[in-house]
Design a protein around this ligand. Sequence first.
Ligand SMILES: Cc1cc2nc3c(=O)[nH]c(=O)nc-3n(C[C@H](O)[C@H](O)[C@H](O)COP(=O)(O)OP(=O)(O)OC[C@H]3O[C@@H](n4cnc5c(N)ncnc54)[C@H](O)[C@@H]3O)c2cc1C
Length: 329
Amino acid sequence: MDQIKIKTGVLIEIENGAVKETSLGVMTAAAGQDIYALILGRDASAVNAPSVNAPSVNAPSVKDKLAEYGAGTIVSISGAEDLSAYPDLQALALASAVKEYNFETLLGTASATGRDIFARLAAILDAPLVSDCVEINIEEKIVKKSHFSGKTMATLKANGSIFLCTIRPNSIEPVAAATAGQLVEFTADTQSTGLIKIVETKKATKGLLDLTEAPIVITGGRAIKAAENYGMLETCAQKLGAAVGASRAAVDAGFAPHSMQVGQTGKTVSPKLYIACGVSGAVQHYAGMKTSKVIVAINEDKDAPIFSKCDYGIVGDIFDVVPVLTEKL
Ligand SMILES: Cc1cc2nc3c(=O)[nH]c(=O)nc-3n(C[C@H](O)[C@H](O)[C@H](O)COP(=O)(O)OP(=O)(O)OC[C@H]3O[C@@H](n4cnc5c(N)ncnc54)[C@H](O)[C@@H]3O)c2cc1C
């Protein structure tokens, strides 16, 4: 017997004209369901750039990319105002789409944007929201997420007619599942004036990639010794297409800004590859990167705790090993 498909909306995030990889992962989380890719205030037929580093006019449109990853319907949502500047209007527009299409589940990325909009949406719809999940069973409305700085994994079941969930970036690998992908336009009922306007968005001073969404992260700990030595990691990061992170010890020492800190009181990352350079592996650091798919540690102390938490370890001085790694890359 055919499985009954659940109407699932997925909020798509677009950067530099391209669908973010993390949004494709969220679509894969909804694989097998009746997926509606929701785009706020954008033209989905516009050209898509395949990556930040290598834009191409031959790339598929946003619509085609979403169809390739399982979106049966691509909904381009507009409102009375320019939605992109107003988080509250974006939430109202999504709420309007939820009612129009009768979604049972609405998914997004646990990014800065996703966290903001979904919290507002949960309040508007009076619906249950679980943030930063690493696994989801849409039929059962059951999700898994880490609690207590990654020490335990909680299994949660949501009740309610609509279930809202944000997925941790990179926790689900995007898998293509081509559909015909029908593009529709929806004008949301957002007559009210936005209460908060985004006037300017500034990128973090360092790095091209968002730390929480980067597929590869290379982190420097206290051993980096000086702010300028992060240049060594940045050169390596450029070769890898990685973002650069820091431990709290490095941040406290003034070598890196707090926006680069990974860990319990910093950012949670879940890349495909995490390279820890001169990081001891304290539990508070591990809490922020333990769900990385592959962990590589470079440390001169063979007894450093990080070596019991990594997949590959190199015992050596980071100032010897990292330049060789960069050279090889
Ligand atoms: C409430 C609380 C919250 C915290 N939150 C965070 C957090 O969010 N993120 C975080 O990172 N920490 C956090 N900490 C701090 C945490 O406990 C550790 O102190 C911190 O992670 C240590 O950073 P580190 O590994 O860079 O430094 P260290 O522990 O000093 O380790 C440095 C490592 O570098 C190695 N080393 C030195 N020189 C070299 C070299 N030339 N080449 C190779 N290896 C070398 C050493 O062998 C050592 O293992 C928190 C602590 C508390 C109490």
